[in-house]
Design a protein around this ligand. Sequence first.
Ligand code: FAD
Length: 504
Amino acid sequence: MTSVLVIGAGHQGLVAAIHLASAGLDVTVLEHAAAPGGATRSAECTLPGFVHDLHAGFLPMTVVSPAIRELEILGDVDLVTPHVAIAHPFPDGTSIALHTDVEATIASLGPSGRHWREAMDQLLPLADTLAGTVLSPLPPVACTARLAAALRTDGITWGRRMIMSAEALGLELFEGDRRATAWLAASAQHSGLPPDTTISGAFGFLLQLVGQRHGWPLVRGGTGRLVDALVRRATGAGAQIRCDAAVEGVLVERGRAAGARLATGERIRADAVLSTISALPLARLLPPGALPGRLQRRLAHWRYGTGAFKIDYALSAPAPWTAPEARESGVVHVAGELEELARSAQDAQRGVVPQRPALVVGQQSLHDDRRAPAGQHTLYVYAHVPSRYDVTDEDVADRIEAQLERFAPGLRDVLLARAVRSPAATERDNPSLVGGDLGGGSYELDQQLIFRPAPGLSRYRTPLRGLYVAGASTHPGGAVQGVSGRGAARALLSDRRLRRWRAP
Ligand SMILES: Cc1cc2nc3c(=O)[nH]c(=O)nc-3n(C[C@H](O)[C@H](O)[C@H](O)COP(=O)(O)OP(=O)(O)OC[C@H]3O[C@@H](n4cnc5c(N)ncnc54)[C@H](O)[C@@H]3O)c2cc1C
């Protein structure tokens, strides 16, 4: 039987394993950590009874992903969709929020609501097609043609807007309204791109559009329940998952991938290897000459973005936000005015820990009673910071807490416990998250589409026979969407049918 080693039991590795094992291949997933899940795990990391999403907490891209829909895996978990998806409070106590009800979003935007209505009249019916285009293997010809046909001449306007910065897109869309722009641009934070960077507008807008269509769901009981479902599916199809099995090298023999060497020295032979780890650690696993020099250099010099500095809190009561919409929302973007949002992102890019860091805050326990003991709550918080900095972790955590207090005065009085994870700690835990970068490498234009990570690797095959690549450094990048795991598995299965990868 054809044997395949999958490196990494994050969700992409598990999706790949499901496809490969279901096709009858002998699949072993090798995982560095003590448990599967990668950046989709949940744990009681503060106090017993408080379940925290350690990384991914909200799944808008998951629900629209064709790869996830095809697996029908979301039927195996219980999704909860808060009716206020995202609240963006301002220092004066007001806010703008993305509600699942489009009329409520329009009302929240005030005078700029009419621009949102106009955009949603046009794009809301196309939200799934647009998301499907972004989440398609390259080149996404059919979806793009469908979009172009539906949008007609406006396709040019929206095509242009998709390469704009979030700031420029927002200011154009909302005719100069800086608060509405801050609300839109704050969603670009999830890509790690500063709001004044080319194409950050596409990230901010797409996440808001998908949120308007489907909300920003979370998994009841923790994102880790999705991992449990994927593991059940993979092992049910016959895949084996070996944890505490860090791969230290890919074996290359007679010009093809022939297995893996573990950190323990154990060598495991296989007919093919499918790696889901990000570009730089993959480069380190490959012996010199395994790939053409230009590709090996591209992987070795892959550019990572800022790191996520994560704090999970156990609270004795809900966070006391001044803005009423923030008291109900699943996510709160604590960034304030547009200038503050931009300054925070630019500081982090320049290697400085922002004094007032822009924050992504999750309030899972408000919507899911399995996350905390009755009456008590969790709070999920991260900021983008440089991957290395010259202040202490305590200093960074203090700045984050001071920023939370500005918008939720009295929060400190309800804190029971906190678990802090610096970018360095994140990388130790999961070596694929280099420098704590949540996206598997910067999303700037030169690292997108066929450049993710390089022409010749972006469609999941490599010039080394028997080696396939998936994960966040490949198209379409990070987020829980299963696209590259499915794509790499399909490439392998089709090569096997064509006998392209058989040993000579
Ligand atoms: C703080 C944070 C918040 C996020 N929030 C969201 C969110 O709300 N929604 C969303 O959709 N996405 C979110 N993301 C992004 C998303 O979680 C990831 O992009 C996605 O889970 C990556 O999946 P993956 O399978 O490609 O990689 P990973 O999940 O990183 O899996 C890679 C696996 O490989 C293992 N590994 C690494 N090196 C080796 C080795 N040498 N040998 C064996 N195994 C190895 C790792 O331990 C890991 O388990 C977030 C990420 C972070 C960090």
